[in-house]
Design a protein. Structure first.
Length: 74
């Protein structure tokens, strides 16, 4: 069952109040408020999701999330 990235509640997709397709990943939300919070801080939330799925820096560069020239640790 998908997890609302904002409040971390599980959300049944057909009962979700809102959803967002971001870079090929669909996020589901329990309420429109969570959806609003997500879209206002999208990098923060998608960054957290990427960290938990243990994607490599190379994958993130390839997907255009970060630049090869970006030397910050994310
Ligand atoms: Zn929520």
């Amino acid at each position: 069952m998908p997890i609302d990235p904002v409040c971390h509640n599980t959300v049944e997709p057909r009962r979700a109040a809102a959803f967002c397709d971001y870079k090929g990943i669909v996020y589901y939300f329990c309420s429109s408020g969570c959806h609003k919070t997500f879209t206002a801080n999208i990098r923060q939330y998608t960054g957290a999701v990427n960290a938990t799925s243990a994607r490599t820096r190379e994958n993130r560069v390839r997907d255009g999330e970060i630049s090869m020239l970006d030397t910050r640790e994310i």
